[in-house]
Design a protein around this ligand. Structure first.
Ligand SMILES: NC(=O)c1ccc[n+]([C@@H]2O[C@H](COP(=O)([O-])OP(=O)(O)OC[C@H]3O[C@@H](n4cnc5c(N)ncnc54)[C@H](OP(=O)(O)O)[C@@H]3O)[C@@H](O)[C@H]2O)c1
Length: 328
C-alpha cells in the first residue's frame, strides 16, 4: 500500500481507503461479522483511512468501526459525516443554514458521533451535504471551528452535493476546509476542470467517493439487472438506467482490452487507478463490504499507474448525469 498526504492536515493516508456505507445497510443484507472481517482484512493490508457517516444505518456503520478501532493498535484515520437537520436533500437554496446546521445541532450531533465511534476526538467531520446558498454565511463551519478548539474534532470537511460539487471551491479559497469529499470517476470527470486544481492550490485534502459509479465500473452489472427494493441501487439504476450504463461500461471495457496494461488489470483496478492518476487525490474510498473486496481493492493500490494511452482514451468516456441521485 502507498500513502499520500491529506492536504494541509499532514496526515498520511492510504491511497485506497475503506468506504463503509454498505456496512450500515441500504445495499441489501450485510451481516456484521462479514463487515468486521472486511475491515480487519483491509487494515491488515495497509488501509488506514475509513469513511463513514451518521446516516449509514443510523450509526450502525460507525458502531462497527468503533468496535474495530478498539481491537487494533495502529493509527486509523476515521472520517465521518453529520447530515443537515430535517429538510430537503440536497438542501434547497431557500433553506437557511441556521435551520439545517444550527450551532446546538452541530454540537449535539458531533457528541453523538464521538459516542457512536467511541472516540474522544473525531479525526475528520464532514458536513454530509451543502448548498452554494450558504457560502455567503458559512456559520456552520465557524461553529465547527469552535468545536475543533475544544478538541472534539481534529479536521473539518464537506462532502459535496453531486449536482454542484464546485460549490466548495470558494470555501477552500477562504480557508474553511481541511478536506473535501467528491465524486470523481471514469464517467464523472468534471472535477478536473476546477475542483482538483483548486484543492491543490489551497492544499485541501481530496477524498474520492463512488469510484465505481456505485458498482457499474467494476463491469459486473448486466442489462436488465434488477436490485432488491431495500438496495439503494434499485433507485440509482431505475428504469432504463442500468441498460444505458452497461452499454457504456462495455465500450470502456473494449478500449481497456486494446491498450496496456490490458488484461493484467480488472475493470475495477482500472477504475481505481484512473482516480489515483490525479496527484491532487489523497485517497479513493471504494465501497467495501466483504473480505474479497478488501483484498481486491487494496491490491489495486500496489499496481503500477495506467499508461498515458489508456488514460487518454478513458477521458473520452466522460458521461455527466450527476442528478441521478435525486430523480429521473
Ligand atoms: N454523499 C456522500 O457523502 C457519499 C455518497 C456515496 C458514497 N459515499 C462514500 O463513498 C464510499 C464509496 O461509494 P459507494 O460505496 O457508494 O460506491 P462505489 O465505491 O462506487 O461502489 C461500491 C460497490 O462496488 C462493489 N465492489 C466493491 N469492490 C469491488 C470489487 N473489487 N469488484 C467488484 N465489485 C466491487 C460493491 O458492490 P456489491 O454490493 O454488489 O458487493 C460495493 O458495494 C461509500 O462507501 C461511502 O463511504 C459518500
Amino acid at each position: 500500500m502507498k500513502y499520500r498526504t491529506l492536504g494541509r492536515t499532514g496526515a498520511s493516508v492510504s491511497e485506497i481507503g475503506f468506504g463503509a456505507w454498505a456496512l450500515g445497510g441500504s445495499w441489501g443484507p450485510q451481516p456484521e461479522e462479514v463487515s468486521e472481517a472486511a475491515l480487519h482484512k483491509a487494515l491488515d493490508l495497509g488501509v488506514n483511512f475509513i469513511d463513514t457517516a451518521a446516516l449509514y444505518g443510523k450509526g450502525r456503520s460507525e458502531r462497527i468501526i468503533g468496535r474495530i478501532l478498539k481491537q487494533r493498535r495502529e493509527k486509523i484515520f476515521v472520517a465521518t459525516k453529520t447530515p443537515p437537520a430535517d429538510g430537503p436533500w440536497p438542501p434547497s437554496p431557500y433553506c437557511r443554514v441556521e435551520d439545517r446546521y444550527s450551532d446546538e445541532y452541530l454540537r449535539e450531533n458531533l457528541d453523538e458521533r464521538r459516542r457512536t465511534l467511541d472516540v474522544d476526538c473525531v479525526d475528520l467531520l464532514q458536513l454530509h451535504t451543502w448548498t452554494r446558498a450558504w457560502n455567503k454565511n458559512p456559520r456552520a463551519l465557524d461553529a465547527l471551528k469552535k468545536l475543533q478548539g475544544e478538541g472534539k474534532v481534529k479536521y473539518i470537511g464537506i462532502s459535496t452535493p453531486e449536482h454542484d460539487q464546485n460549490c466548495v471551491i470558494d470555501l477552500m479559497r477562504r480557508g474553511y476546509l481541511d478536506a473535501v469529499q467528491i465524486i470523481y470517476n471514469i464517467f464523472h470527470q468534471e472535477p478536473v476542470a476546477e475542483l482538483l486544481p483548486a484543492a491543490k492550490e489551497y492544499n485541501v485534502g481530496v477524498i474520492v467517493r463512488v469510484a465505481f459509479d456505485e458498482g457499474s465500473l467494476t463491469g459486473k452489472y448486466r442489462r436488465g439487472q434488477r436490485f432488491a427494493d431495500d438496495d439503494f441501487r434499485s433507485r440509482y439504476f431505475a428504469g432504463d438506467r442500468i441498460d444505458r450504463t452497461v452499454e457504456r461500461v462495455e465500450k470502456i471495457q473494449a478500449d481497456v482490452a486494446k491498450l496496456p496494461p490490458a488484461g493484467d488489470y480488472t475493470l475495477a483496478d482500472v477504475a481505481l487507478r484512473f482516480v489515483l492518476a490525479r496527484p491532487e487525490v489523497s485517497t479513493v474510498i471504494p465501497g467495501i463490504r466483504n473480505v474479497a473486496q478488501a483484498e481486491a481493492n487494496a491490491a489495486a493500490g500496489d499496481l503500477p499507474p495506467l499508461s498515458d494511452a489508456l488514460l487518454g482514451k478513458l477521458r473520452e468516456h466522460a458521461w455527466l448525469r450527476s442528478f441521478w441521485y435525486a430523480g429521473k
